[in-house]
Every structure is written in structure tokens, then in C-alpha cells.
Design a protein around this ligand. Sequence first.
Ligand code: SAM
Length: 286
Amino acid sequence: MTNAENGNKIGTLYIVATPIGNLADISERALQTLTNVDLIAAEDTRHTGKLLSHFGIKTRTFALHDHNEKQKAQQLLDWLNEGKNIALVSDAGTPLISDPGYAVVNLCRTEGATVTPVPGACAAISALCCSGLPTDRFQFIGFTPAKSQARQQFFIDAFESGITSIMYESTHRIMASLDDLSTALGADQHVVFAKELTKTYETFFSGTVTELIAFLTNEPERQRGELVLMLPGKPAQQDDIPDEAKRMLALLEPEMPLKKACGIVAEYFGLKKNALYKSVIDSREG
Ligand code: SAM
């Protein structure tokens, strides 16, 4: 029987997002939560200490980072079971998004503890919503791999997925990554670059890989800072649709709206509904 079933009061784990640059992006709920919890698990206690002191918050912190997370997870669960409320934060943005916290949340969920979000900034979502790329379907694929060959395959897989891909990139690797992107998908591949989001030198660039390389080479300081890269997915092509699927679509379309017909055909043939719908529309417009 769990503590909760016993009627014992157990604590809550709050996953609290913090700003990715602009401190004014902290939410009122985040401040209340960080003030009221018993403990704050922080990726870097010194870094979080600065944020807390900026807002006059005195709650005790302890370190929870990639190297001690597995071992600390049980301790954190024990504290929750003793009735302590705990907030988990990372250095910036939403914890667990290319940041520590997965082992803790996974254990807490498995053991039936209460885990609740205090949402806020996330570089991936902030970049996506201003990118001009399709947002109806997208994937976040973390940091690009460190090795060139793996990176090229990573870009190919992202593009072949057919949907918008968002990835994190480190400043010292950006130029090598763009060379790999050019090798993998061609110099004319469309890419969107977002840098220093919510900060003074926030920059968006949308263009071909060649144009982005020129933009970053002309003023090398543009390569510095925190970066997000985004790629559109490969457009669906009418040729990718099997002839039988086209025939079925032609039979269904007079009987129902095109979107519904695409849904049925996609389900039957194991295709992506949105891609099928888009390719039909594109083929009619073009
Ligand atoms: N958890 C964070 C989030 O919610 O976005 C991400 C942490 S991850 C360790 C750090 C990476 O996120 C950076 O290398 C960069 O790719 C991206 N990032 C974080 N802050 C950013 C910002 N202000 N502008 C652009 N990218 C940022």
C-alpha cells in the first residue's frame, strides 16, 4: 500500500521552468512554487542560487545533475514520501528537455508520486513558433551528434520524417554542422536558425544552408551564443502515394470531405494523413 493510500500526506514534485535569458519570463506560479517548496533540486546550485537571490527566494537547494541523478532519485522519492514538497529546475528553460530530470520523474511516476508541471520557457518551442515553418506536426530531436557522419545521417533522418525538426546546437560546432547539413541535404536546403532567444541579441535567420553559412561567416560573432536549428520536413510527393490509394481516394472523395477521405485512405495504407492531404492539395494547385 502506498503512503497516499495509507492516508499519509506525501509531497509533490514540481517541474519548474525557468527563463532562457530574459528573467522577466519567470512565471508568478514558478516564483510561488520556488518560494513555498521545502527543497529545490537544481542542475547547478550556484547558477540557480543567482536566480533565486535575484527574486529574493531563500529555499534550500541541492544538486541534481547528469552524474548523480540516478543515485539521488531514490533520496528525492524518500523526501516526497516524508511529506516534503520539492521543485526541480535546470539551468535554463524546461527541465528534462536536453536537461537532467528524466530518471527522477520516471522513478516518481513508477512509484505513484505526484509530479506536476509549472510550465514556462523552452528554447525549442520559442524558436519553432517564430520560425515560419509548419507547426502542425514537428519533432524535437535534441542536440546534433558530435561526429560528422552521424550528424549527416541525423539530418537525413530529420528531413525524411516529413515534418518540421527542431534541434539544439552548440556554438563551437555550428559551422561544422552546417557543412554536414550541406553534404547531407544539399547547399540549397532550407534551414531556420534562432540565436539568443529572449536576449538582447536575439536573431532569426531563414534561408538556404549556403546563405546561413555566409551570414555566420560575414560576422563571426553571430556564431556565438545559444542556438537552435530547424529544418522543414521533406515535402510529400504525389509519387509517394500508391496507385491503389489514389483510386480509393477518388472513390471516397465524392462521398465525404477530402480530409476525411484522406484519413481513411491513410489509415488503410499506413500513410501519414497530413502528408497525404497536403500532397493532394499541392498536386491540384500545381
Ligand atoms: N532545457 C532547455 C530548454 O527548455 O530549452 C534547454 C537546455 S540545453 C542544455 C541548452 C541548449 O538549448 C543550448 O545549447 C541551445 O541550443 C538551446 N538554448 C537554450 N537557451 C537558448 C536561447 N536563449 N536561445 C537559443 N537557444 C537556446
